[in-house]
Design a protein. Structure first.
Length: 391
């Protein structure tokens, strides 16, 4: 699942962090590299990298796996509350970055001696900013925790403070095609990452007999058909003082030009089929597919997974059945998993199954042996992305 690596334009490199779903660090690192990032370092729930401004813009428009893309403003020695206060005031030209008519919020992670609680570290950053504003303007910005104009992130560790700005604004997993509803939907970036881990390239059928609101299938189709995830939304970086409108339009147009009706090399996209027993949920999946621009390539229908008929040929089944954490009762779910396994063996022999499991006891009811187990987190639930060869 690779594309030709875009050429990185010239410009001073920015030190950046991509915040990603736990378990997808390596996959996200590979995606960032494909899109032109450099000096990539997989971390815990994050990936460090460098990018010029064009690449940073490109990642917001095209990267499918991150939650957020942070740009470092400053990194300075920090051993005390006073060091933090002074360092923040000197970290940037705040007359440009944060005039008093703009709102802001501060999030903090990590700790240092004397700075052991993230809430108080964030408060010290806020105090440094508003004190400087009062001295310069005689007034201060308001704090907005929901939709700030500027979102700041502080990380403390190793005797250093790293202060970054979030270019994303609203989390990047919100593509703009899906309403915020449903019982337990996968976040879009996690769905995209899970598809990437399967190695599916669009040339073989893809099926989900328990598709819910369609996240796995929609993200797969969007990737295969070049529907870039950031084209239907706005970003906080568009309000930054050094925002380069001409460069942004160039990257925006390049991302939009990737949209196609076939695979990258001209072959038709293989059938993608989804089914769910809940008629309202299938209606929602259809609406989501239409909003994402991929509805013509998805076959979605109401029906019990026990009656699922896969597309012709051999392909890939993906599935995120309930775990018993949020929805479903234990006995019913054991029966569901058992029936799902029986159906797959009967009708999908020779296919591959990737199933997201948040409950190993339930997964045992499939009566199948996984060949790969990739740890991931779904909404705080410790899960495994399991690969089976269906026989």
């Amino acid at each position: 699942m690779t594309e030709q690596t875009p050429r990185r334009s010239t410009g001073a490199p920015l030190a950046c962090i991509a915040v990603v779903p736990p378990g997808l660090e390596e996959a996200a690192a590979a995606e960032l590299a494909e899109l032109g990032a450099a000096a990539i370092r997989p971390l815990r729930r994050a990936v460090g990298f460098e990018a010029d401004l064009a690449t940073y813009y490109r990642l917001h428009l095209r990267a499918r796996l991150p939650f957020r893309l942070l740009r470092q403003l400053a990194c300075f020695p920090c051993r005390s509350r006073d060091d933090l206060y002074a360092g923040v005031q000197q970290a940037a030209d705040w007359t440009q970055w944060l005039p008093p008519q703009l709102s802001f919020r501060v999030d903090a992670t990590g700790s240092l001696p004397g700075l052991g609680h993230s809430h108080y570290s964030a408060l010290q950053v806020k105090n440094a900013l508003v004190d400087g504003q009062r001295r310069h303007w005689g007034e201060r910005s308001s704090v907005d925790l929901e939709a700030p104009d500027l979102s700041l992130h502080l990380h403390l560790g190793g005797g250093l403070a790293q202060l970054s700005v979030d270019g994303s604004g609203e989390s990047l997993h919100r593509r703009g095609y899906r309403p915020r509803m449903g019982l337990a939907p996968l976040k879009e970036n996690l769905a995209a990452g899970l598809i990437r881990l399967t190695g599916w390239d669009g040339s073989v059928p893809l099926a989900d007999p328990l598709c819910g609101s369609g996240s796995l299938l929609i993200e797969a189709a969007c990737w295969a058909l070049g529907r870039e995830p950031g084209l239907q939304r706005r970003f906080a970086l568009e309000g930054w003082p050094d925002f380069d409108g001409a460069l942004w339009v160039k990257e925006l147009e390049a991302a939009a030009a990737l949209e196609r009706t076939t695979l990258a090399h001209g072959q038709p996209l293989a059938p993608i089929k989804g089914q769910d027993s809940d008629a309202d949920v299938i209606d929602q999946a259809q609406e989501n597919a239409e909003a994402a621009g991929v509805a013509p390539w998805l076959q979605l229908a109401q029906g019990d997974c026990r009656s699922f008929e896969p597309p012709e040929g051999r392909g890939l089944v993906v599935c995120n059945p309930p775990y018993g954490e949020r929805i479903g009762e234990r006995d019913q779910l054991e029966q569901l998993y058992g029936d799902l396994g029986a159906m797959l063996k009967q009708r999908c022999s020779g296919w591959h199954l990737w199933l997201l499991s948040g409950n190993p006891e339930l997964t045992g009811a499939l009566r199948m042996k996984a060949s790969r187990r990739i740890p991931v987190s779904n909404g705080g639930i410790d899960c495994r992305w399991l690969h089976y060869e269906i026989r």
